[in-house]
Design a protein around this ligand. Structure first.
Ligand SMILES: NC(=O)c1ccc[n+]([C@@H]2O[C@H](COP(=O)([O-])OP(=O)(O)OC[C@H]3O[C@@H](n4cnc5c(N)ncnc54)[C@H](O)[C@@H]3O)[C@@H](O)[C@H]2O)c1
Length: 257
């Protein structure tokens, strides 16, 4: 048994580094916005700025996809959307189950962004018998007794856990035993999973704690080292050093478990 994905390899199949894979959704989000505005082509600099990534890194990332753009023209937006979607496995439909339909689970079920990105909410599962049959986001909640049957009959490989922390490991074990191989965990606990199962953890309170750290540091800069150092100079130095909201400052809220 392995805890989380600490043993994760640095590269995936076809030699695309994990760091590149982690940036592909950022490019896709920026490209989708361009596509919606019917922008036909984009330069690496424009796209890098829109994605919050350094342009040399972007070109290197795209070279792994075999996409080099055309000199003086840039990248074809629609083709790149297709290429990245295909690389991320988004050109196929992914049925997803959400387990734990409380405040968070219901909010996730109601989030329209999953379907538009190829993730179909196939079922909502909760342990509370009083919830069974109740519609949430137009889908009837099913009892956990049905979990294995739901996973198998829908061919579900991705499960979302939004239960209290104390129930998350047991839910995870049942999902995995039923055939789920990827888990998005919102419960504030570290899950133990067998090799071959990917876990991603979302913890907004950790993100807030990181922001609190930066706020504290900014407050320290305002005061200056001796209580009155020039703030602009300190900020400029930080910018040159690539700190703060630099090209890669947009750290996703999802992190390996
Ligand atoms: N990651 C984040 O940023 C974030 C943000 C908010 C909440 N959370 C976490 O998400 C979880 C849910 O929060 P909430 O506010 O929706 O709680 P909630 O109490 O409103 O909902 C929890 C639901 O889980 C169900 N449940 C309990 N045990 C279960 C089991 N064994 N199998 C299936 N369902 C079960 C309950 O019946 C309930 O409907 C908590 O662990 C919370 O800490 C995380």
């Amino acid at each position: 048994m392995a805890t989380g994905r600490t043993h994760r390899p640095a590269t995936r199949s076809r030699g695309i580094p994990e760091a590149t894979v982690a940036r592909l959704p950022l490019y896709l989000r920026a490209l989708t916005a361009l596509s919606e505005r019917s922008v036909p082509t984009v330069s690496s600099e424009e796209l890098a700025a829109a994605a919050g990534v350094n342009s040399a890194k972007l070109r290197k990332d795209f070279s792994y996809l075999g996409s080099y753009g055309t000199r003086g023209v840039g990248y074809d937006v629609e083709y790149l959307v297709y290429q990245i979607s295909r690389e991320l496995g988004l050109t196929q439909d992914w049925p997803v189950v959400i387990v734990g339909i409380g405040n968070l689970g219901a909010a996730l079920a109601n989030y329209g962004g999953f379907a538009s990105r190829g993730f179909r909410v196939a079922a909502l599962i909760d342990a509370d018998p009083a919830m069974a049959g109740k519609p949430v986001a137009g889908i009837g909640v099913q009892h956990t007794d049905e979990l294995e049957h739901i996973i198998e009959s829908n061919g579900v490989s991705i499960g979302v856990i939004a239960t209290p922390a104390g129930a998350a490991q047991q839910v995870c074990d049942r999902l995995v035993a039923a055939g789920v191989t990827s888990i998005l965990n919102f419960a504030p606990t570290v899950l133990t999973v067998p090799d071959g199962v990917d876990v991603r953890k979302v913890d907004l309170s950790i993100e807030l704690q990181i922001l609190a750290f930066h706020e504290q540091r900014k407050a320290g800069e305002e005061a200056g080292p001796d209580g009155g150092a020039p703030v602009a100079a300190t900020r400029a130095a930080a910018a040159v050093a690539g700190e703060g909201k630099g090209p890669d400052g947009d750290v996703p809220a999802v992190m390996p478990a």
